[in-house]
Ligand binder design. Structure first.
Ligand SMILES: Cc1cc2nc3c(=O)[nH]c(=O)nc-3n(C[C@H](O)[C@H](O)[C@H](O)COP(=O)(O)O)c2cc1C
Length: 319
């Protein structure tokens, strides 16, 4: 069974992935947040910063991801990425941010299978890497997703990941397992399930329903509980060790942003984003996260962090 860390733009950056793999492990692969291909003239080398081999640990398996609906731009970016030594590239046709979907990119391309085919005709001309696709059930409804799956069946993909929601749902409501089943049954590609796995029981529920599925992608659940992937793999970390491990993880991310975001408000915003997920099992009453969000200075921030990470606090398993 394979577990993959989902990309979370702004959070699962190189330092996060490297530290995550070092302190928690449990994942077989990490998907980087999307890079948005542009024309050659508009491309800046910094677009690739997050996937540069020199900032990514070579002990983990990383897959860069591209957004977009232009086959030529995709090919140019893919060539740069392959030159860095990557073996797989993921195409994001699931992003639901309206700024993306209104340009018919991300989930916004799902109602247009002809556009998807045009992109893939160009991209698949001579791929020298494994191409995978991450999608949703559809933009508006599952009928769109069915047509997309049928189109994808015509191309030599190495896999399809489905976040079992529609684009218009964004992150609201529930995942739709019946709709996932329909798409899964129509796909000839290797399938990965994604969406709302927060606990071992959530994973088990999906696994019991789809016993032949052996690839799962975890996003927010794995950020909230970074021990989840190991637990699913049967490697339980004792509860009394968890606070210490989280502390080391925090310090690595803190030091990274402290060095790379010299403006205090930028740095604090990144740490606030980090704690949005990481606080949950340490902060049942949300008392610390409220104070972290109110911190205006590094000093105030560190004061709260010292309290949430003090050794009398403890990791709470069941939320
Ligand atoms: C803030 C945020 C940023 C995201 N960024 C990306 C991204 O860059 N690429 C992508 O394919 N999905 C992105 N996603 C979607 C996740 O990868 C994942 O598909 C989604 O959160 C559902 O999985 P989960 O319920 O396990 O979190 C993002 C989700 C969130 C909440």
């Amino acid at each position: 069974m394979k577990l993959l860390l989902a990309p979370i733009q702004g959070v699962t950056i190189a330092e996060y992935r490297n530290s995550y793999d070092k302190f928690f492990g449990g994942f077989d692969g990490y998907y980087a947040p999307f890079i948005s291909p542009t024309t050659k003239e508009e491309t800046h080398p910094s677009f690739f910063n997050d996937v540069l081999p020199e900032v990514n640990s070579n002990t983990l398996s990383l897959v860069p991801q591209l957004l977009g609906n232009d086959g030529n731009n995709f090919r140019d970016y893919a060539a740069t990425i392959v030159n860095m030594g990557y073996k797989e590239i993921n195409w994001n046709i699931g992003c639901s941010f309206s700024i993306v979907t209104k340009k018919k990119k991300g989930a916004g391309i799902l109602p247009h299978p002809d556009m998807i085919k045009r992109v893939l005709d160009e991209v698949c001309k001579d791929t020298n890497y494994d191409l995978t696709v991450k999608m949703r059930l559809g933009m508006n409804h599952t009928d769109e997703g069915i047509k997309v799956i049928e189109s994808l069946n015509d191309y030599p993909l190495s896999g399809v990941m489905i976040h079992a929601r529609t684009g218009i749902q964004q992150y609201n409501g529930h995942v739709d397992l019946d709709a996932f089943q329909t798409l899964y049954s129509k796909s000839k590609h290797k399938m990965t399930y994604n969406g709302d796995i927060y606990t071992y029981e959530d994973y088990k529920k999906i696994q019991n329903r789809f016993p032949e599925l052996d690839s799962f992608m975890l996003g927010r659940g794995a950020l909230i509980d970074p021990f989840l992937a190991s637990t699913i793999k049967g490697d339980d970390i004792p509860t009394d060790q968890k606070l210490k491990i989280i502390t080391s993880f925090h310090h690595a991310i803190y030091n990274h942003y402290k060095k790379n975001k010299p403006r205090e408000n930028h740095f604090l915003n990144k740490m606030k984003e980090f704690w949005t997920y990481t606080h949950v099992h340490l902060d049942p009453e949300n008392q610390f996260i409220k104070r972290i969000r109110l911190s205006q200075t590094n000093e105030a921030y560190l004061k709260v962090v010292k309290e949430i990470l003090k050794d009398t606090n403890q990791w709470i398993e069941k939320m």
